[in-house]
Write a protein that binds this ligand. Structure first.
Ligand code: GLY
Ligand code: MN
Ligand code: MN
Length: 430
């Protein structure tokens, strides 16, 4: 494997935690993602569904995990179904998991080939009353394609119309939002790879360089450190491109005097990191760019301090809005009348800072987490304030990933990634 997998003991814990929350005489099913088609016979690279990965460590297509805490036979409490490998597949696609390898990876003793699924599942279904299905309830989800999980749920409901159904997703949203130390170590690894990429750029970026050349440098550095690559589509935005929040074309030339906003980070072992840095293409900030940059840095530092156990995500955003408002007044972007007359539903600061400050981060870049629940130790959040000023031709965002601590300030997993003005300028001009 390109990455070092977590030990089977981690996955034994995640499954035990999940099963402890299942009710009644029930079983839960988790499917791999499809390999998504392009056209003709081309496909996108496989990306495992993060839930089956979280519960098993299996990073292979067409896998199915069944959890049945009250199974009649103890061997069926945890069952994994895998695509059977053969000589043809070995020659054309390479090695797939054997049953013994799957047991070593996951800690699951009972591994069947997929060809046995119908028969075994029918037996398990007759012994339970409720199926836990895994629907996507992420607060940002907007999926139009039918997933492998969706197809399974539809087929299962048709085949077993008398079973009750229950939801896995709220359990996973809660479990996955609080990270184990093993997971924090994987995220730290992703952050450290991101750091290497960013440091490489500081000596690469010069007037005349193209945004896609920067993307290529990062991809090179990430992959050579055992990452699959970017954790999400990279945003490399010079000048006014930074004011298009989801700019991903990365096809413009960086000019002397531009600021360059880069929302770019590596994944490692399917764990994301999520970084934004904004640097001066010429290696030195203008006084105005520096003033805006330092305002954002102050907001980021103040916001980070609020990420402690008990904080409510909504109230946190209101408080960060207040801090941002005060900075925008200082920069002359808002005046007192704007603030006095603002609509509390759409405060004045939103004109320059229109996105959220933080989201959960982990196996998904915008990770699971129930936003109405108070923050807890070992939740990982981004902190990413920004100010976007199209009329001045630049935008600034800074983003780090931090772990909420039981006591004291959050642990910044990106503490080693240069962010202070002098540090950035010194490294760019070295
Ligand atoms: N890179 C996506 C985000 O910052 O949320
Ligand atoms: Mn980001
Ligand atoms: Mn982010």
């Amino acid at each position: 494997m390109r990455y070092q997998p977590l030990p089977a003991s981690f996955y034994q814990k995640t499954r035990a935690n999940f099963m402890a929350q299942m009710e009644g005489n029930s079983l839960a099913v988790f499917n791999s993602n499809d390999i998504y088609p392009v056209s003709a016979d081309s496909t996108l690279p496989f990306e495992q569904h993060r839930d089956i990965f979280y519960l098993s460590g299996v990073d292979q297509e067409e896998s199915i995990l069944v959890l049945f805490p009250n199974a009649v036979e103890a061997k069926h409490r945890e069952v994994l179904f895998l695509r059977e490998t053969n000589e043809h597949i070995a020659v054309w696609e390479g090695a797939k998991l054997t049953k013994a390898q799957a047991t070593a990876l996951t800690g699951i003793k009972t591994v069947y080939w997929l060809s046995d699924f119908k028969r075994v599942f029918q037996e398990l279904a007759t012994h339970c009353d409720t199926f836990y299905f895994n629907t996507n309830e992420h607060y940002r989800q907007a999926v139009e394609t039918e997933t492998r999980e969706d197809r399974f749920i539809a087929a299962c409901k048709k085949e077993y119309p008398a079973h009750r159904v229950a939801k896995s997703n709220p359990i996973l949203q809660q479990l996955r939002s609080v990270k184990a130390q093993e997971e924090i170590a994987q995220i730290q690894m992703a952050c450290d790879i991101t750091e290497k990429g960013f440091r490489r750029l500081l000596s690469f970026v010069k007037p005349g360089v193209w945004e896609y050349e920067i993307e290529a440098e990062l991809a090179h550095e990430f992959i050579r450190h055992r990452s699959k690559g970017f954790a999400y589509t990279p945003i490399i935005a010079a000048g006014n491109n930074a004011n298009v929040l989801h700019y991903t074309e990365n096809n413009c030339q960086c000019k002397a005097g531009d600021l360059l906003l880069m929302d770019v980070a590596a994944e490692y072992g399917n764990y994301a990191s999520d970084l934004t840095r904004t640097i001066p293409v010429s290696g030195t900030f203008t006084p105005r760019q520096r003033a805006v940059y330092e305002a954002i840095l102050r907001v980021k530092k103040a916001a980070t301090k609020l990420l402690v156990p008990g904080t409510l995500w909504k109230e946190y955003h209101v408080e960060v809005g207040r801090i941002m408002t005060s900075e925008l007044l200082g920069l002359g972007l808002l005046d007192k009348v704007d603030v006095k007359n603002e609509d509390p539903q759409s405060p004045a600061y939103k004109r320059y800072f229109m996105h959220g400050t933080s989201h959960h981060m982990g196996l998904d870049t915008h990770d699971y987490g129930l936003l109405h629940l108070p923050m807890e130790a070992n939740m990982v959040f981004t902190v990413e304030p920004g100010i976007y000023i199209p009329e001045e031709g630049f935008g600034v965002r800074l983003e780090d990933d931090v772990v909420v601590q039981a006591q004291g300030e959050p642990l910044n997993l990106m503490d080693n990634i240069p962010i202070e003005v002098e540090e950035i300028e010194d490294l760019m001009n070295a």
